[in-house]
Design a protein around this ligand. Structure first.
Ligand code: SF4
Length: 431
């Protein structure tokens, strides 16, 4: 067997390359803004980058722009500006940071963001609809909403091969044709089905790798931190979906994580507790938030964030390049629906994940800014505990607004959680 150091260059490659690709993607957006080129504004749950790339439209993810202001400790400036402009304190912080960014002419700590020439959204979050209306008012540009049929009730989803699925798929496909027509009108470029095939082939790279990546973290010790490194991988999965570099990055990442799993290379010197994370991370103190867990030997092996913020890329699906539109509509239906299910039926997802990932506990992180993800988490936690004896922690803060993030309070709760985990472990050993 190879020694862990026999290929030292492979370990850490994903984090390095991910950061580079992410930076370059932003530089490309800044260059587009300098040329006065407009972009397609999209969201992580159903970006439709597969179609937009056919028309060479730069793709902007306002959710990612906003979270970056928090990671770079300037979100409060953007939030204050939007609130002074008239937005209420209690609406989604991502929206407010973006409003301030628009008021600043696209000025962002990582560069300049082009204005929208088109917005594409799905119904995965109701805020998407109201958010796009803001751009519509500011720029009078077209907004396309793709209505993706969600699960009517858990366990009743229409599956491929059934009449119900085919009806839903055709409904999505008809909307994709409308989107294509609008893209043709605004770019003057004729839709090219072979170019779509090419983009779908690259998107298959991400769709093939993402479930493997999530699965590889069931290794002991776990090979990446789902919260910190996972956020970098999410950035690349969204920003470079449908590109050759994106596909190559994920092939390499799976290779790296496979190597780490094989050689027992973990993220912590000593992994004592394997945790699952539910919700959206606490970006204003992102590093410190994670440290409060890692100092106790706790690491996040899985999260619902890796499922819904990847647009459901965990759902095992490959585009069939022989039937591109049919396959694209089926993929959008299945993956966006999976993203919604991982928010709204998260207790089922967690039960299965806890088993597979050998988790010791679940950390619920409802946040003030995002009701879509946070609503129902208390009920979800009760449902989980009723079905499985599992240690859980319920801590509230925010993904953007540092005014509602109390590090001292979080630390108290987290420390108490680990003391409970330690005594559980001790009881299990002496029984
Ligand atoms: S409410 Fe939540 S899911 Fe919706 S846009 Fe805001 S952060 Fe994203």
């Amino acid at each position: 067997m190879n020694e862990p150091t026999s290929r030292p260059e492979i370990v850490g490659r994903g984090a390095r390359e991910g950061a580079r690709l992410f930076r370059e993607w932003f530089e490309g957006l800044s260059a587009a803004a300098e040329r006065n080129q407009t972009a397609a504004y999209v969201f992580v749950m159903g970006s439709l980058a597969e179609i937009l790339r056919v028309f060479d439209l730069p793709v902007v993810f306002p959710e990612i722009n906003s979270l970056q202001t928090a990671v770079r400790h300037v979100a409060h400036e953007y939030l204050n500006e939007a609130e002074d402009y008239g937005y209420s304190t209690d609406i989604c912080g991502y929206v407010k940071a973006d409003v301030a960014l628009q008021l600043r002419g696209g000025d962002h700590p990582m560069g300049r963001v082009p204005k929208p020439g088109l917005a594409v959204l799905t119904n995965a979050c109701n805020t998407y609809l109201k958010w796009a209306e803001i751009w519509e008012r500011m720029y009078s540009m077209p907004v396309v909403t793709i209505d993706v049929p969600g699960s009517r009730a858990d366990g009743t989803q229409a599956m491929p091969g059934s009449d119900g699925f085919e009806r839903d798929r055709k409904y999505v496909e008809a909307q994709l044709h409308e989107l294509i027509e609008i893209c043709e009108n605004i770019t003057g470029i004729k839709f090219d089905i072979d170019r779509l095939r090419e983009v779908l082939g690259h998107a298959n790279g991400v769709l093939r790798a993402w479930p493997k990546l999530v699965e590889l973290n069931s290794a002991r010790p776990s090979v990446f931190n789902a919260l910190t490194e996972g956020t970098v991988y999410l950035g690349v999965a969204n920003g470079l979906r449908g590109t050759e570099e994106g596909a190559r990055f994920f092939d390499d990442l799976v290779e790296e994580m496979g190597y780490k799993a094989e050689h027992g290379i973990g993220t912590l010197t000593e992994e004592l507790y394997r945790l699952l994370f539910v919700g959206v991370p606490c970006y204003p103190i992102f590093r410190r938030f994670n440290e409060m867990f890692s100092e106790w030997g706790g690491t996040f092996v899985g999260s619902t964030y890796l499922l819904f913020a990847s647009g459901g890329a965990n759902y095992p699906f490959q585009y069939d390049l022989k039937k591109p539109m049919e396959s694209l509509s089926a993929g959008v239906l299945l993956t966006v629906r999976a993203a919604m299910d991982s928010m709204f039926y998260q207790d089922r997802v967690l039960l299965e994940m806890a088993e597979r990932m050998h988790a010791d506990g679940v950390v619920y992180h409802p946040i003030k800014s995002c009701r879509t993800v946070s609503t129902g988490l208390a009920d979800g936690r009760r449902a989980l505990i009723a079905k499985r004896d599992m240690a859980t922690l319920f801590i509230e803060s925010d993904m953007m607004d540092r005014r509602v993030v109390s590090e001292a309070q979080l630390k108290n709760r987290i420390d108490a959680f680990f003391e409970g985990l330690a005594s559980r472990k001790h009881r299990a050993l002496v029984q």
